[in-house]
Design a protein around this ligand. Structure first.
Ligand code: GTP
Ligand code: MG
Length: 444
């Protein structure tokens, strides 16, 4: 459709028309209800509070059943999240309820990182949903939605103030989940102390900028009750799975030597208020807020992180297609830049290696020339020595000839003398017959 057609279409006036008879689209809300009932609902509660604060007891009391529980030890090295899912049915409505326990919360000596596993768990559920949403073949219709709809934050009934762990954890969670703070084991604190404690907690939450869930007041049907209940926050609750006979009725209560604390008695605690607000009045709003506020924020940040945006730098609408094209161009540009960088690196490396090899060749050549010079010098010396020896040999030979001549002359002259004298003379004139070059001596 061309842009002008679009403009005309959106500017077209809507006219009110009256119907001539019953058409039937007034059954649409009923159709919706019927469809939702068939589909069933899911609701996910996260319980954050110190070990043994009464989380499991409160869940059992809230849903009037006994969920499987196991006591946590006080020796967990870190906080770990333990989800458990149950199928519940009331009338013809099916509810897939997931209760997630933050096991080991508050038990570590260093509590600086206690909030992290909780935040990560919440984000992981958002991420799973986002991945399903982004699939080409998505099945959100029968997707088991595990996103946390409410976080019940159990405050220890000290009567003093919130602990820094409570403030830090709630602050880290408030943009990710609907937080309902509750004062646990409210039967252990007196009425006047509880009143002051509630005021203190609310003022600390406000001064630290912690956003807790506010029951909605925009729907007329529930506006009044919700605004009254908002003023009662944080709810002070008592949990019990024990039934005690009060009058002629069996009620859930905690029995003490001095009396009975009835869980569902509004003058004893706020349990009924919590159940009303959490389950009977605002369960759908909690689910809706999770989707439209917390998940939307996660989705927006995640998509922006991935480079998607709705408008271009001039605040003009920017389609997904354009974002994709821009991203693709950016990616290809980056790829080319990397390729060029690598090519340049390779060329430099080759040049470096070439220079190194040349340097090595030059060194070898120098070494060779040096050895050649030494060799020539040695050769010259040997030659000289040989010449000297030859001269010596010549001199010797000359001497030998002279001696032999002399010998023969004297032999002739003394040929008539006795033999004894001959022997002496021979000794006197005896000469070596050869000269050894290796030893440098004359040998006989
Ligand atoms: P972990 O799962 O082990 O962290 O404990 P938890 O927080 O689930 O506490 P759990 O419900 O197991 O309760 C621990 C103890 O506190 C039990 O002995 C309960 O009976 C007791 N308890 C639970 N709720 C209340 C309450 O409202 N008041 C009092 N006085 N005691 C409670
Ligand atoms: Mg428990």
């Amino acid at each position: 459709m061309a842009a002008t057609d679009l403009e005309r279409f959106s500017n077209e006036e809507k006219r009110n028309l009256s119907l001539g008879g019953h058409v039937g689209f007034d059954s649409l809300p009923d159709q919706l209800v019927s469809k939702s009932v068939t589909q069933g609902f899911s609701f996910n509660i996260l319980c954050v509070g110190e070990t043994g604060i009464g989380k499991s007891t409160l869940m059992n009391t809230l849903f009037n059943t006994t969920f499987e529980t196991e006591e946590a030890s006080h020796y967990e090295s870190a906080v770990r999240l333990r989800p458990r899912t149950y199928d519940l049915q009331e009338s013809n409505v099916h509810l897939k309820l997931t209760i997630v326990d933050a096991v080991g919360f508050g038990d570590q000596i260093n509590k600086d990182e206690s909030y992290r596993p909780i935040v990560e768990y919440i984000d992981t559920q958002f991420e799973n949903y986002l991945q399903e949403e982004l699939k080409i073949r998505r099945s959100l219709f029968n997707y088991h939605d595990t996103r946390i709809h409410v976080c019940l934050y159990f405050i220890t009934p000290t009567g003093h103030s919130l602990k820094s762990l409570d403030l830090v954890t709630m602050k880290k969670l408030d943009s990710k989940v609907n937080i309902i703070p509750i004062i646990a084991k409210a039967d252990t604190i007196s009425k006047s102390e509880l009143h002051k404690f509630k005021i203190k907690i609310m003022s600390e939450l406000v001064s630290n900028g912690v956003q807790i869930y506010q029951f909605p007041t925009d729907d007329e049907a529930v506006a009044e009750i919700n605004s009254v209940m908002n003023a009662h926050l944080p709810f002070a609750v008592v949990g019990s799975t024990e039934e005690v006979k009060v009058g002629n009725k069996l009620v859930r209560a905690r029995q003490y030597p001095w009396g009975v604390v009835q869980v569902e008695n509004e003058s004893h605690c706020d349990f009924v208020k919590l159940r009303e607000m959490l389950i009977r009045v605002n369960m759908e709003d909690l689910r809706e807020q999770t989707h439209t506020r917390h998940y939307e924020l996660y989705r927006r940040c995640k998509l922006e992180e991935m480079g998607f945006k709705d408008t271009d730098p001039d605040s003009q609408p920017f389609s997904l297609q354009e974002t994709y094209e821009t991203k693709r161009k950016e990616f290809l540009g980056e790829l080319q830049r990397k390729e060029e960088e690598m090519r340049q690196m390779f060329v430099n490396k080759v040049k470096e290696t070439e220079a190194e090899l040349k340097e090595k060749e030059r060194e070898l050549h120098e070494k060779f020339e040096h050895l050649k010079r030494i060799h020539q010098e040695e050769r010259r010396k040997v030659e000289e020595k040989r010449r000297e020896l030859e001269e010596e040999m010549n001199a010797f030979n000359r001497r030998k000839v002279a001696v032999e001549t002399l010998q023969s002359q004297s032999l002739q002259a003394t040929s008539q003398q006795p033999l004894k004298k001959d022997k002496d003379k021979k000794n006197f004139f005896s000469l070596p017959s050869a000269y050894s070059i290796t030893t440098g001596r004359y040998v006989n």
